[in-house]
Design a protein around this ligand. Structure first.
Ligand SMILES: Cc1cc2nc3c(=O)[nH]c(=O)nc-3n(C[C@H](O)[C@H](O)[C@H](O)COP(=O)(O)OP(=O)(O)OC[C@H]3O[C@@H](n4cnc5c(N)ncnc54)[C@H](O)[C@@H]3O)c2cc1C
Length: 444
């Protein structure tokens, strides 16, 4: 059988391409190397607690327009809730909680008003934040080039941001969105993220919070959608080689020895996997990307120590605490307190063993939340995503390949392609949809 489109890689990018092509009535095959779909967004039931555990907590935003369209299309929109207005609690071990609370005003006034009331910063420092707000108002090709060669830290310093502003606000946002140290990553993607979130509709800056596991939100409903429209999916079926002729891919050979023929091929594999299946220009640039790890420490405690749904933790090694007992609709056996503690850009911690990481997590919790000193750990589970995302170091943006390749019937998708976003669900969904659009333009 000859498919219309064969899609390699069943993460969000591949699923998004498959959903789009199925909605247009094309005959697709979606191949995934692992025994399960979802790539870097998946969840599973933890046997001991009975709770749903994500491979890592994911936050989405109102400005994730393509992702929101995707979950609407596959029917899982009701499983994530959008904040009515941007609200983030920052917890400092000594100073307690300060909230960024943005009133319902037109953008960007809502954020400016919120920032001006942020109690974790002095009034003089808060005024300095306005300088970043002004800087976000305009962009140009020349400015983008300049930002691409600067680090986030250099950019913020050039805008007069004090140590406190960086430490207690910008760095938390930058590490969370770019997954590496502000002193290491390019200012361009940070600038674009802030513009996407803070300009346009005030809804763009609100957080979109999953109320279920990632598979339930992004993966399983997509697979049902694909099945119901006649699409074919295979797990444990890795692509081994894309056979390229002079101008086209002629066939796809799989690790199990099977050969797949299709009119069009889409690669939705990560940067580190592409060079293994295809020689050529895109693979050469993919090989130059660097990865940055993310560690999630899931802790189950014998009592509730936190009421907030999530907090950013300041002056700590853990950056965010997500209160799964409050966030998730379904509860497991240890309903008292199930927390997910996130360490992004976790290069210096990724080599540590479970015991040391749990000690760090408990120490950070006990410093910031007095009630944690009386709580007992009943269960824990650590997930290290060693290649969590690519690290957007200065110069990386020019390596990101576009959807079209020099082979007529071969397109690229994935969070690492030229989406203009950092490695995010939104970038992955957008890239899959764009590859699907290019494919359908050839198929008509
Ligand atoms: C812990 C963690 C937290 C994150 N937090 C956030 C967040 O809060 N917000 C956000 O927006 N983003 C977040 N991200 C980033 C987000 O998860 C990714 O950007 C997105 O999931 C990437 O999707 P993708 O489809 O491009 O790649 P992947 O999800 O990596 O999918 C690629 C797929 O290709 C498969 N594959 C590889 N080689 C082959 C082959 N030869 N044949 C067949 N299949 C193959 C892989 O097995 C995989 O399933 C986070 C990531 C991690 C790891």
């Amino acid at each position: 059988m000859v498919y219309d489109v064969a899609i390699i890689g069943g993460g969000v990018a591949g699923l998004s391409a498959a959903v789009d092509l199925c909605s247009r009535g094309y005959k697709i095959l979606l191949l995934e190397q692992r025994p399960r779909f979802g790539g870097r967004t998946y969840s599973f039931i933890d046997e001991k607690s009975g709770d749903v555990v994500d491979n890592g907590q994911h936050l989405l935003m109102g400005c994730y327009h393509e992702t929101r369209r995707y979950i609407r299309e596959i029917g899982s929109e009701h499983l994530a809730s959008l904040q009515p207005s941007l609200h983030i609690d920052f917890l400092h071990p000594e100073k307690g909680i300060a909230s960024l609370d943005c009133p319902r005003l037109i953008a960007p006034l809502h954020v400016l008003a919120g920032l001006l009331q942020l109690g974790s910063l002095s009034f003089a420092d808060r005024l300095k934040l306005l300088r970043v707000g002004v800087e976000l108002q305009w962009t140009s090709t020349e400015k983008e080039h300049r930002l691409e060669s600067m680090t986030v830290e250099d950019w913020l310093v050039s805008l007069g941001q004090s140590d406190q502003n960086r430490k207690y606000l910008w760095d938390i946002v930058a590490i969370g969105t770019l997954n590496d140290k502000p002193s290491a990553v390019s200012a361009l993607l940070f600038f674009r993220v802030l513009r996407a979130a803070f300009l346009g509709s005030p809804e763009n800056s609100c957080l979109l919070v999953p109320r279920c596991g990632l598979s339930e939100l992004l993966v399983d409903p997509a697979l049902r959608y694909i099945h119901s429209r006649g699409g074919e999916v295979r797990t444990s079926c890795g692509a081994r080689t894309l056979e390229a002729g002079k101008e086209r891919i002629v066939a796809l050979l799989c690790e199990d020895g099977s050969k797949i023929e299709s009119r069009i091929y889409i690669s939705a594999v990560p940067y580190y996997a592409l060079p293994g299946i295809l020689d050529g220009k895109a693979s050469e640039s993919a090989a130059q990307f660097e990865s940055s790890p993310i560690i999630t420490i899931n802790l189950w405690l014998d009592r509730e120590i936190l009421e907030n749904e999530f907090v950013a933790l300041l002056d700590s090694r853990v950056q965010w605490i997500f209160n799964k007992s409050r966030l998730f609709l379904k509860k497991g056996k240890y309903a008292e307190q199930y927390l997910s503690l996130v360490m992004s850009g976790a290069g210096e911690f990724v080599g540590m063993d479970k015991h040391d990481l749990i000690s760090i997590a408990l120490e950070d919790l006990q410093r910031a939340i007095p009630a944690a000193r009386r709580a007992k750990e009943v269960h824990s589970l650590i997930i290290k995503e060693k290649r969590g995302t690519f690290s957007p170091k200065p110069g990386t943006e020019s390596l990101r390949p576009s959807t079209k390749t020099n082979l007529q019937n071969f397109f690229l998708a994935g969070d690492w392609t030229d989406t203009k976003y950092p490695a995010t669900i939104e970038g992955a969904v957008m890239s899959g949809k764009k590859a699907a659009q290019e494919a359908s333009a050839l198929l008509v």
